[in-house]
Structure formats: C-alpha cells, structure tokens
Design a protein around this ligand. Structure first.
Ligand SMILES: Cc1ncc(COP(=O)(O)O)c(C=O)c1O
Length: 393
C-alpha cells in the first residue's frame, strides 16, 4: 500500500469506529471554567486537582525563577542543564516522600520510561496491573523485559503470578499505579507490598494521581496506608495536583544513581527549565502546609459518587464506601459512540468533559472521566448532575 493510502485509510478507519481523536484548544488558563471557541464552559477534565496550575504563589515562584535563570535549561542534566533549582527541588521531593533521594524528569511519562529501563532489562520479568498507565507498558517494552499482567487491583492474582515466576532466572518487579488514572480506583497496596516483601520482588509505584491528593501530607497512597518499607521506587508527577510540568522518582540514593547512569530518557534529553522546578517547589510547600483543600476535594468526590450511584449510573468498581476516595469519577457508557454523544451533549449545555475511549480504556468501557478539583463548588456538581440526568432521558 502506498504510504499516502495507508495514512488516509487509517484515519478513515478510526473515524468509522468512533475512535478518531482531535485537539480542543482552550482560550484560557486551567481552572473550573475555561474558554472554548469564545464560550466559557464548566470543565471536569483537568488533573489540576488542587488548582495550583494558576495559583498566584506558584506563578510568582515561576516568574522570579524565570528572571534569575531564563527560560530554557540549554542542555541535558548531565551536561550543563542541572541547576541549583533542580537540586533544591530534588531535596524537597526526597523530604516529601521520606526517601534518601529523588530525581526529576521533564515529564512523568519519561520518568516511568527511565526508572523501568534502569531497573529491569532482557531476561527480567515485570508483573503489572492490567490497568496501569500506557507509559508503564511502553517502559517495559523499551526495557525488553517479559511482561505478565494481572486483573485490575487483584492482589490474589498478582500473588499467583509472583509464585509462578519465582524460579525465573532474572529479576522480578511488580509495577502498579496507586490510583488508576481512568477510574480513580486504588491499588491494594498493603497486600501488594507484603507480597513483594515475602517474595523478595522489587516494587515500583506510580503515584501520579495520588501525589498531592492522598496521605496526611499529600505524599500519596503509600503514605495514606502507612506503607513505609519495601517500595523500591515511587514515581510521581509535577503535572497533575502540583499544577506544573515534570515527573520525579523518589527512592534510595543507589536507585537514583542507577537511573542517572543507565536511564536513557534521563540522560539524552534537555533538563526541565529551572522556572518549572521553582514553581514545583512552591506547589509542594502549599500541598504540605494546606491539607484542607484535599480534604474538601475528596469529600466532594464522595458525594458525587453517591449521587451518581443513586441516579443509576455505572461508576465502575470503586463505590462511595471505599476506604480511600479519589478525585477521579468515571461514568462507564459502553461503546465509543455513546460516550462521544454524552460528551457532545454536555458541551452543548456548557460542560466540558471529553469522552475517553479505547485504547486508553478497554473496549466496551468507553466513558466520561469526571475529574474534580478543589476549585469546583457544590453548585458546579449539581449543574453536572442535572445535565447528565437530562442527557440520559
Ligand atoms: C498513572 C500515570 N502515570 C504517568 C503519567 C504521565 O505523567 P505526565 O503527564 O507528567 O507525563 C500519567 C499521565 O497521564 C498517568 O496518569
């Protein structure tokens, strides 16, 4: 097939199956109300859970750093792109996560690529939760390790896989998101950590959606559940609750040194701008000193879950009674066309909550992924609920 035909046919096929994606340009800053095509709409689509992307204190930190350091870092970390701002942020992140060291990357996606490829390679086995983020799948592929998967949040199945691969020649590593990005469900971390300890297996946690949101100081689900031992490395992002850009790994000094020396996604890319580091430090200070915001957010999320269930919506496995609440609430709708129709009707009514479809979620589970932020009000939630009830009729 000629390449032009291949491109056109692939795009046509995606359109025919309701899986074609297009960009929507916002005309305003991240917040509960955003401008799309000149119209202001209420949005439930952002991971800016604590509203820090547009917080004056974070913006001021970025502005001051911009004046001091300029914009671009100009080189990779190991060449000339590492600044005192990076070092200070890494010290703050290590203190936040109670680890010996931390290391920042330009994105969370790259952090997962870097950490996985540093810790495993050909001949090793990665035991993964099936619902893990795409970056973890890509990371295992890049590492060349064998991949075995267990059903979402199924610690029993994870245990059986660990046993099955006990005699494997290479290393074993269990990898899980702590809060699953597309349904807000939590991993059974206490059981998984105990399994890994018993089996002497490495444990890598992706705390992208838990960072800043869960735990007494906002450090994530491991902190929320009081798990201090047995975690080989914890990945987080600066891009979601912390409102900026970048990712980080928090681990022992040796693990971080190994990443610096072996991880190609760390070595062969330009450093995060110093201004992004200083903005992240300001965001981190707010997370640690203002726990009230995340409590309000998680309360609102619990109420939304309860109301959606009462209205008969399928919100997946995590029910309001779950011990840990998260700001991500799915409404599972089935085929992609149905999810697209819901999203389009919401937008027509002034609410932005795009459809999430395969391959981001498994076939037959296309959904609306409602993400709440601390800036949403009770009235915003009521508006969403009334719109959903109207659309379903
Ligand atoms: C679970 C999880 N891990 C990693 C990432 C990647 O983070 P970033 O957006 O900072 O690259 C995401 C982002 O969507 C995520 O949901």
């Amino acid at each position: 097939m000629r390449s032009a035909d291949f491109i056109r046919e692939t795009l046509d096929d995606l359109k025919a199956r309701g899986l074609y994606r297009r960009l929507v340009a916002l005309g305003s800053a991240a917040g509960p109300h955003v401008e799309i095509g000149g119209r202001t709409v209420l949005q439930f689509a952002s991971n800016n859970y604590l509203g820090l992307a547009n917080d004056p204190r974070v913006k001021e930190a970025a502005r001051a750093a911009l004046e001091r350091w300029g914009w671009g870092a100009g080189a990779s970390r190991l060449v000339a792109g590492h600044t005192e701002a990076h070092a200070r942020l890494e010290a703050d992140l290590a203190a936040f996560k109670h680890t010996e060291a931390a290391l920042v990357f330009p994105t969370g996606y790259m952090t997962n690529l870097g950490v996985v490829t540093a810790l495993v390679g050909r001949g090793d086995t990665v035991i993964m939760d099936r619902a893990n983020h795409a970056s973890l799948y890509d990371a295992v592929r890049l590492a060349g390790a064998a991949l075995v998967r267990y059903p979402q949040a199924d610690a029993g199945a994870a245990g059986r896989l660990l046993e099955k691969h006990r005699g494997a020649a290479g290393r074993r590593m269990l990898v899980t998101d702590t809060v699953f990005s597309m349904d807000g469900r939590c991993a059974p971390l206490t059981e998984l950590a105990e399994l890994c300890r018993r089996e002497n297996c490495m444990l890598l946690l992706d705390e992208a959606h838990a960072t800043g949101v869960l735990g007494p100081t906002g450090a994530g689900l491991a902190e929320e559940l009081g798990i201090a031992e047995g975690i080989t490395a914890g990945v987080g992002t600066l891009s979601k609750a912390l409102g900026g850009i970048g990712g980080f790994v928090a681990a022992s000094r040796d693990v971080c040194d190994l990443v610096v020396n072996r991880a190609r996604p760390f070595i062969y890319t330009t450093a995060l701008p110093a201004a992004a580091c200083e903005a992240a430090r300001a965001a981190l200070r707010i997370v640690r000193s203002e726990p009230g915001g995340r409590r309000r957010l998680l309360d609102l999320s619990k109420r939304l879950r309860t109301r959606l269930l009462e209205e008969g919506f399928d919100i997946g496995a995590e029910k309001p009674g779950a011990s840990v609440s998260t700001p991500i609430v799915p409404i599972i709708l089935g085929g992609p066309e149905r999810a697209l129709a819901f999203a389009a009707a919401l937008l027509e009514g002034g609410i932005f909550c795009p459809a999430i479809r395969p391959p981001t979620v498994p076939p037959g589970t296309s959904r609306l992924r409602i993400s709440l932020t601390v800036e949403h009000t009770e009235d915003d939630m009521e508006r969403l609920l009334s719109a959903l009830a109207r659309i379903r009729c």
